[in-house]
Write a protein that binds this ligand. Structure first.
Ligand code: CA
Ligand code: CA
Ligand code: CA
Length: 268
């Protein structure tokens, strides 16, 4: 569109008519309708954001309470955390003496990678193509050698990311992968290792979800597994729920670790 020129050579401002503001009553109605539609869209978008905000923040359910699963006949009994119990915050690093020299190494999970430090020096790092989501330490297999357990994701041959448990240890004078589990059917979100049934050997305790869960979705099951010599066997599984923040802690002083976690009350 060509603009009229004023004597100084500047284009004349467009009139209301040229801008189509008051061209006709029909157009005025259409303009008002358009404005109304814009406001309606803003309202709908705001409502959608309000509804989805808890999901975006990863707290899709209602309030979360700490609960305890304690070894019981035939499995683990769910109970409330005893009043006055304090749940310590998650440790930023784990101490584990993998090479059994009496001085613990330090395992640090930073972003999706874990590194192992010995006296301030990095002695092992997870591979860049592994996406580590949780780390635990302890003796797997009851052979008196300490290991580091990783809950991690890596791509399979088809380029699909799958959840796998890996074990890192110190063998033949070096820190290395000593066991790589196959992809699991239900992804591991959190894991910990400890004797939760009091038999003297450690169990692997995991929180699992489903492939396709949105990031931040709580786990669906708490599962206790035992080492069978070549892999882990499921010993017990909880009822379905919305679980996160797995910890192992002896809350009643009987010398047996209890399983603590936060259980979200599903929003109605
Ligand atoms: Ca050591
Ligand atoms: Ca071991
Ligand atoms: Ca045990």
């Amino acid at each position: 569109m060509e603009m009229d020129q004023d004597p100084k050579g500047f284009p004349k401002p467009l009139t209301n008519c040229q801008l189509g503001r008051i061209a006709s009553p029909g157009l005025a109605f259409a303009t008002r309708f358009k404005t109304l539609r814009v406001w309606l869209n803003i309202l709908i978008a705001s409502l959608a954001l309000l509804i989805s905000l808890p999901l975006l923040l990863g707290c899709g359910g209602g309030p979360a309470d700490w609960i305890v699963f304690r070894a019981d006949v035939g499995g683990y009994a769910r109970m409330e955390l005893p009043p006055g119990s304090e749940v310590p915050p998650a440790a930023p690093a784990l101490e584990v003496d993998l090479d059994a020299d009496g001085r613990p190494e330090r395992a640090v999970l930073e972003g999706p990678q874990v590194r192992l430090e010995r006296e301030g020096q990095v002695v092992w790092r997870s591979k860049p193509e592994w996406r580590v989501v949780d780390v635990a330490a302890g003796d797997v297999g009851d052979d008196l050698r300490q290991e580091l357990l990783l809950a991690m994701w890596r791509e399979d041959e088809g380029g699909v990311e799958r959840s796998q448990p890996y074990i890192i240890g110190y063998r033949n004078g070096r820190y290395d992968l000593v066991w790589g589990g196959s992809p699991v059917s239900e992804p591991i979100y959190e894991l910990d290792l400890g004797d939760v049934d009091g038999d003297g050997a450690n169990e692997l305790v995991v929180l699992t979800g489903l492939y396709g869960d949105a990031p931040g979705t709580p786990a669906r099951y708490l599962t206790v597994l035992g080492w069978n010599g070549w892999g882990f066997t499921r010993l017990w599984r909880s009822e379905a729920g919305r679980y996160r923040q797995l910890r192992l802690l002896d809350t009643d002083g009987d010398g047996i670790l209890d399983i603590l976690l936060q259980a979200e009350v599903p929003s109605s």
